[in-house]
Design a protein around this ligand. Structure first.
Ligand code: HEC
Length: 387
């Protein structure tokens, strides 16, 4: 079952259908990069870096973030130049792409959603250095789920919910409230309990739910993906999730959850992605939870001081490594230069010696030749004399 789900998730994410159907997450590589590539890389890419901005690789974006403070603010498109520049009035000189047609509404929406979701993290998270990827933990497998009761589905749909199968023909359900968020209360969540046997993805973001939903949430034992961001839930609701043994993705951004909530998630070994930016949760608690849960990534927001420190530290480690390597190379080169100098001096000396020897050989030979010539000149005279 897990495999089937996985395949579907992948195929949905790669097609254009993903935006409508599976609106949970925007992926940088799949969804955002192609837009930037088609519209921005020409001026902000490998060849050109207009406005001191290059966007063509995640590393380039990471570098740009250090130079342009307001390029991306996770969760806040309006405070992110990368988005804000796309939605300016047509006659504004700062509108991007500069001098071209504005991006399509869909593309703008994708970029906006990406920033809202904090998907920004995938590019701002530490670039993996040379270390091998951590081994994927073995996650509990959800058993085959039976079909939902049509009455239970109808009761939920009557609240304005969108109830859809996870993929065509699946019993697994995804529930969200795209057009009725502000009418969704703790009572609405209670109506979901009869669907607990099928409900695997639930989006309650931006709704009116409170910690009073804890009891209902606790019973949604098959949940894999849960969005609680931008609600007034707190630690009590999160504590109720401790027994959800298939929970993989949990979004708590912009809630009042604290370190206590993170602590209470330690038993959820299936958890792989947790978003807690714009919450009182601390860096240390996030790290502690990551360490206790194999494979888990806790996202605090790229501009969280702890995260910034970590990013700078890892960059510093890279630069220091380079410093050391260049220093070593210089020392090697200096050594080689000294050796070469010595060799040359020795060779010069030897060459001079040899030349001197040659000359000393030549001297007598020349003398002898001269003597011989001398003789020859004298002899005919002798002969002549004799004759
Ligand atoms: C035809 C060239 C061109 C294209 C295409 C283009 N830009 Fe620009 N961009 C510029 C120039 C020039 C500047 C610097 C002047 C300015 O700030 O307006 C700039 C500046 C920017 C800045 C401000 C950087 C800063 O100073 O903080 C952002 C953000 C930006 N562009 C985003 C984009 C995005 C996103 C796209 C694609 C949708 C894009 N640009 C497409 C030319 C271009």
């Amino acid at each position: 079952m897990r495999l089937a789900l996985f395949v579907v998730a992948v195929s949905l994410a790669s097609g254009p259908v993903s935006v409508g159907l599976c609106a949970t997450t925007v992926d940088y590589k799949e969804d955002v990069e192609p837009i930037l590539q088609a519209n921005c890389f020409g001026c902000h890419g490998e060849k050109k870096g207009l406005g001191r901005l290059r966007l063509h690789t995640t590393d380039a974006i990471r570098e740009a973030l250090d130079v342009h403070d307001d390029l991306l603010t996770a969760g806040k498109p309006d405070e992110s130049e990368l988005y804000a520049r796309l939605v300016l009035p047509a006659n504004d000189k700062k509108l991007m792409p500069k001098g071209g047609d504005p991006l399509s509404k869909e593309n703008i929406a994708t970029i906006k959603k990406w920033i809202e979701e904090g998907g920004v993290f995938e590019i701002t998270a530490d670039a993996p250095m040379d270390e091998a990827p951590a081994e994927k933990p073995k996650l509990p497998e959800r058993p085959e789920l039976g079909p939902a009761s049509p009455d239970a589905i109808r009761a939920v749909q009557n609240t304005g919910a969108l109830v859809i199968p996870l993929y065509a023909g699946a019993n697994e359900l995804r529930v969200s409230f795209p057009s009725s968020r502000d009418q969704v209360t703790d009572e609405t969540v209670a109506l979901l309990v009869p669907l607990a046997g099928q409900l695997v993805e639930l989006d309650l973001s931006g709704t009116k739910i409170t910690d009073a939903s804890a009891d209902s949430l606790k019973q949604l034992v098959n949940l894999d993906t849960l969005h609680l961001e931008k609600t007034s839930i707190g630690d009590a609701a999160v504590a109720a999730l401790a027994e959800l043994k298939y929970l993989n993705y949990l979004n708590l951004h912009s809630t009042k959850v604290t370190d206590a909530a993170l602590e209470s998630l330690k038993p959820v070994v299936s958890l792989q992605r947790l978003y807690v930016w714009q919450t009182p949760a601390t860096y240390d608690a996030a790290k502690a939870l990551e360490e206790s849960t194999p494979g888990l990534e806790v996202n605090l927001g790229w501009n969280h001081p702890g995260v910034v420190r970590e990013r700078i530290n890892s960059e510093l480690a890279r630069v220091e490594q380079q410093q050391k390597e260049s220093g070593d190379a210089m020392a090697e080169a200096e050594k080689a230069l000294a050796t070469a100098k010595k060799d040359k001096e020795a060779a010069d000396k030897r060459a001079a010696e040899l030349k001197r020897k040659l000359e000393s050989l030549d001297e007598p030979a020349e003398k002898k030749l001269e003597e011989a010539n001398q003789l020859e000149r004298e002899q005919p005279a002798d002969e002549g004399n004799a004759a």
